[in-house]
Design a protein around this ligand. Structure first.
Ligand SMILES: Cc1ncc(COP(=O)(O)O)c(C=O)c1O
Length: 401
């Protein structure tokens, strides 16, 4: 009689996806019942005739499922007596694993302090209920998909299995360096440019290199929330410093944390208010950083967009080569999903940064590099020159690269 078996055995069969053949669904229902211990070793399976009557399926379906169970060792047949759950299955181990998995969902695993801290931090660009706008998002509708697909396919065809530096593809780094020198006044060579997975990774890496757990990091208030997680991940303490029409007020941060030695700021355009750091304050933060041996992480996240005036020279280019880590991204002018960003490192940080990134993501990255080298020529430059249909871009400047 079928009724001797727990009805839960049949539920997965009845409810499972009808895309699967019936015999597969029946096989899986028995398989799960055996693995989970709902059917104990040695238990008799229902006679195929009774089961097909109970479930309203054909006898062939049941027979095929039983044959599969037999072939995979879940079931043994005893001549003239029917099919039984195999007695030699290591079900204890399987059962234990299930129990463990269950108890892990009930009692969360013991995580490091960093992982636990991150649980409470809002993700970059995560919208709160009721928020309508997502600042710093490009007009992704205008992304040149067909050019992009051609570029990626072309890069795939040219792919050579060679090892590239963890700093990124040299030609791309040269292009970026020359663009930054001309357009942003950044004083750098291609050697100082590190290609990153968005500027998010660049800022995370910079913090890892410069800040110890428990140390303060001054940030803009209001500012980009995506760095909260990066600051939390290194165990540092975020010290918000007020922003007004002239940009960040360093003194406000220093009053709260006089020993702070790292400041993260968006001098070109404060995120999200849009204020530009005035020349006075630029010179002030630079002097402070040099005098105290501190670091400035300059997040130049959308300096390509201009509405009224020419951009001010970057902090890095204003004499900050030794104290500024300059970060930039293609997320604004192309698409955040392509995860292409970069940072310009002071000479002294090159070796430590190189090592840190090597251990973070390994060294072999032929495709990534080729893709971007190719994309620079076929996608990025044309996009920069044409501009985004719905945006006001600094087209002329970008074309000078
Ligand atoms: C101010 C600011 N900085 C940095 C980033 C990170 O950009 P990405 O990691 O996409 O390059 C963002 C993203 O929205 C941002 O708004």
């Amino acid at each position: 009689m079928v009724s001797q078996f727990p009805s839960s055995l049949y539920l997965p069969f009845q409810e499972s996806s009808s895309e699967l053949a019936q015999y597969v669904r029946l096989f899986r229902a028995f398989q799960q019942a055996i693995i989970k211990g709902n059917l104990a070793p040695g238990a008799k399976l229902p006679a195929s005739r009774a089961l097909c009557a109970e479930l309203g399926i054909s006898r062939n379906t049941v027979k095929t499922a039983y044959e599969m169970l037999h072939a995979e060792g879940y079931v043994e047949t005893r001549h003239g007596a029917g099919s039984f759950v195999a007695t030699n299955l290591p079900l204890d181990t399987v059962g234990q694993k299930e129990d463990q998995a269950q108890s892990q969902t009930q009692n969360p695993p013991k995580l490091s302090a960093m992982a636990q801290t991150l649980v409470g931090v809002r993700k970059p660009n995560q919208m709160k209920k009721g928020e309508l706008l997502l600042p710093a998002q490009p007009c992704i509708n205008s992304f040149p998909w067909s050019q992009w697909q051609r570029a990626v396919a072309g890069a795939g065809r040219q792919m050579k299995y060679q090892q590239n530096s963890v700093m990124g593809n040299n030609q791309l780094r040269e292009q970026i360096a020359s663009y930054l020198r001309v357009v942003r006044g950044v004083k750098c060579s291609a050697d100082q440019v590190m290609i990153c997975s968005g500027s998010q990774q660049a800022m995370f890496l910079a913090l890892k290199l410069l800040v110890n757990a428990g140390e303060p990091v001054i940030t803009e208030d209001p500012g980009y929330q995506g760095i909260d997680g990066a600051i939390a991940a290194v165990g540092a303490t975020k010290i918000p410093a007020q922003v007004d029409e002239q940009g960040i007020q360093l003194e406000d941060g220093l009053e709260k944390a006089p020993d702070a030695r790292v400041v993260m700021l968006t001098p070109s355009r404060n995120h999200p208010l849009g204020h530009t750091l005035s020349l006075d304050r630029r010179l002030h933060v630079l002097q402070w950083a040099k005098r105290t041996g501190s670091w400035l992480i300059e997040d130049d996240y959308d300096s390509e967009f201009r509405f009224e005036q020419q951009p001010l020279t970057s902090l890095q280019g204003l004499g900050g080569q030794d104290v500024v880590i300059y970060t930039g991204t293609f997320s604004r002018i192309l698409h955040p999903g392509i995860r292409l960003g970069y940072m310009v490192l002071p000479e002294l940080l090159l070796e430590p940064a190189n090592r840190a990134k090597t251990y973070m993501e390994g060294e072999h990255r032929f495709f990534h590099n080729l893709r971007w080298r190719n994309s620079w020529a076929t996608v990025i430059l044309p996009v920069m020159c044409d501009g985004c249909a719905n945006s006001t871009t600094n087209v002329g400047k970008l074309c000078t690269v």
